[in-house]
Ligand binder design. Structure first.
Ligand code: CA
Length: 245
């Protein structure tokens, strides 16, 4: 079987916000990719997403080096980041939550594993089809799942951005679902913060994947597109292209 090689591009933009609370990790040595979108206002959101970007790769590498299975290592990494952020958030004033989303992808021994907490998303674009690999942990999405809201209502719901699961959340007990998949040559994996994904359609992703020559060029272009379409949020995108060696 032909070996798969990875090419990667990433881009993050502050947009109109006073600071950028999004962080991304692109680690081509370990084939680990992450987008974290911090919340909690001002420097607290940046601190939370920065902690996720620092702790998750470190714990993951330690666990993998100790022969922990990939999915268990990912859960341990998310759980360590969660504990540290919960601790750091204890100094927050009452009613202000400090936390961060995290969506991560690990390519390890011919498998790819994707995990998400919060509403940053992962999409796999394969053969002109788009598959969202993560579930939004927003209250609106939970109401859709229970049948109380239609997907269209959810797009305009005030609960669209209220998260019930994220890093820094004391009730993260059941953790993240992990989606494994077997990468194929031609696959494009996109990780993005909501400032990006709220402004892109499946059609954009299919067209872009078809035309893509360079993942860095495509990541830059998608961030620009989200801003042009009126994203008032921080905008972050990581593209992983799986190709035949
Ligand atoms: Ca955001």
């Amino acid at each position: 079987m032909a070996e798969i090689v990875l090419r990667v591009g990433s881009c993050t933009a502050q947009g109109v916000r006073p600071n950028n609370e999004d962080r991304c990790v692109v680690d081509l040595d370990h084939h680990l990719f992450l987008v974290a979108d911090g919340m909690g206002g001002q420097e607290r959101g940046e601190l939370a997403s920065g902690m996720a970007a620092e702790i998750i790769p470190k714990v993951l590498q330690d666990r993998l080096a100790a022969s922990t299975p990939a999915e268990e290592a990912m859960r341990a990494a998310l759980s360590s980041a969660n504990d540290a952020i919960v601790d750091a958030g204890k100094v927050q004033p009452e009613g202000r939550r400090m936390g961060t989303t995290a969506v991560m992808a690990l390519h390890f021994r011919d498998q790819c594993y994707v995990a998400g907490l919060g509403d940053s998303r992962a999409y796999l674009i394969r053969n002109d089809k788009v598959d969202q690999l993560t579930v939004d942990h927003s209250v609106a999405q939970a109401l859709v799942a229970s049948g109380a809201l239609t997907p269209e209502d959810a797009r305009h719901s005030p609960y669209q951005h209220v998260l019930h699961k994220f890093l820094g959340c004391t009730g993260m007990a059941e953790g993240a679902e992990i989606r494994p998949f077997q990468p194929e040559a031609g696959d494009r994996l996109l990780l993005g913060s909501d400032g990006l994904t709220n402004h892109l359609s499946d059609h954009d992703l299919i067209e872009g994947a078809r035309d893509m020559r360079d993942p860095q060029e495509w990541a830059d272009q998608l961030v620009k597109l989200a801003l042009e379409r009126g994203s008032r949020d921080n905008v972050t995108c990581v593209i992983v292209a799986f190709e035949r060696s």
